[in-house]
Design a protein around this ligand. Structure first.
Ligand SMILES: Cc1cc2nc3c(=O)[nH]c(=O)nc-3n(C[C@H](O)[C@H](O)[C@H](O)COP(=O)(O)O)c2cc1C
Length: 339
């Protein structure tokens, strides 16, 4: 099993390491949230060359996840389109269990440990907020190096309000304000917090969101999560996969991942990165790009856009299926030869 193997370390080519928020990342790419929901496989991916490790998403308590038509955690891959759909619904063991596991890890140099936190979709209002806050506190205590707040899972309900606040969803802003007041402003150590948004986010919202996040003491933005824009994605699905693609979206809905997100994640990350470099922000704030990252060209495009960290999910499993533990090593060699 992937999680129980620790491959031989190799020497990561120069120029890939990053120092952001005073944290050393041995390379500029690591797993996206949802891959290691239980906090497993840290030593595996750190030895493979991942620039960091991300556990979760976890919620305040155990969640079984979505089931429909007798299928638990519906997932379909579309290899001809380098895409996948999932309607998993955040299955996880809960903050406390995963925080305990994280606290026991022996940290490897250059591979900081991050955790993705989300709210329990059954909870609303203050109950949902305090569940998220508990997560922040537990992972702070467990020694996590950074935290990603997942506000963008399309397979669960995130409370939202049509009455926007300066263009932004006012309920989202209220949640961010709560986290800022109860946690971000009270941090007693370096613990960057990043907001993960959807790759379906409207371009116009990016500057507004960044201004608000900086004001509220967030440290970065991850763009982004899976897409539910099936209509435009459909044009990127191979003809022989359209029927099963339509079946899945009609039956379950779900979030689309993989190559169809590549352009969107680049366009939005570029916008965010340009906005940050043009603005005189009052704190260190970075963009992480996720969505459709699969090869050296993607890493180069991110770099050109001013994005120093990338995450991959679909592309990683594709690379792992052909290169096994050498997935990162092969990517880095191709990148070094390409640049
Ligand atoms: C099976 C599966 C489970 C996922 N679970 C989560 C999750 O728990 N939390 C989260 O923030 N994103 C989750 N994602 C989204 C990924 O982190 C990532 O944002 C998305 O897949 C786009 O990246 P990719 O194109 O490299 O796959 C999941 C994606 C997949 C395919």
């Amino acid at each position: 099993m992937l999680a129980s193997e620790t491959p031989q370390k190799f020497s990561i080519p120069q120029g890939l390491s990053q120092k952001l928020w005073d944290i050393d990342f041995q390379s500029n790419i690591f797993n996206a949230a949802g891959m290691f929901k239980k906090g497993e496989a840290y030593y595996t991916v750190s030895a493979q060359g991942a620039g960091a490790y991300l556990a979760g998403t976890t919620t305040s308590r155990y969640r079984r996840g979505n089931e429909k038509e007798g299928i638990l955690h519906p997932f379909a891959s579309y290899p001809g389109s380098a895409a996948a759909l999932n309607w998993m619904g955040l299955p996880n063991e809960g903050h406390e269990t995963v925080a305990k596991r994280i606290s026991r890890l022996d940290k490897q140099a250059g591979c900081p440990i991050g955790v993705s936190i989300g709210s329990s979709p059954e909870d609303t209002g203050m109950k949902a907020l305090s569940g998220v806050l508990d997560g922040f506190k537990l992972y702070d205590k467990a020694g996590a190096d950074f935290i990603e707040l997942n506000e963008s899972c399309p397979n669960v309900v995130h409370e939202h309000d049509e009455n926007d606040e300066g263009g932004l969803d006012s309920m989202l802003v209220e949640r961010l304000e709560f986290i800022s007041e109860k946690f971000l402003s009270k941090r007693s150590r370096n613990l960057p917090v990043i907001l993960k948004i959807s790759t379906d986010t409207e371009k116009e919202l990016i500057p507004l969101l960044i201004d608000r996040l900086v004001e509220l003491r967030f440290d970065g933005i991850n763009i982004g999560n899976t897409s539910t824009d099936y209509e435009s994605a459909r044009t990127m699905i191979a003809p022989n996969e359209i029927k099963t693609f339509d079946y899945f979206t009609k039956t379950f809905g779900g979030g689309l991942s993989g190559r169809p997100l590549k352009k969107k994640s680049l366009v939005l990350s570029t916008l965010a990165s340009d906005y940050i470099s043009q603005s005189n922000l009052s704190r260190e704030f970075h963009v992480i790009r996720t969505g459709g990252i699969e090869n050296e060209r993607d890493l180069l495009n991110s770099k050109k856009a001013g994005v120093q960290l990338n995450q991959w999910f679909s592309g990683y499993f594709d690379a792992f299926s052909s290169s096994g533990h050498k997935a990162y090593e092969k990517l880095f060699r191709a990148y070094a030869a390409f640049t």
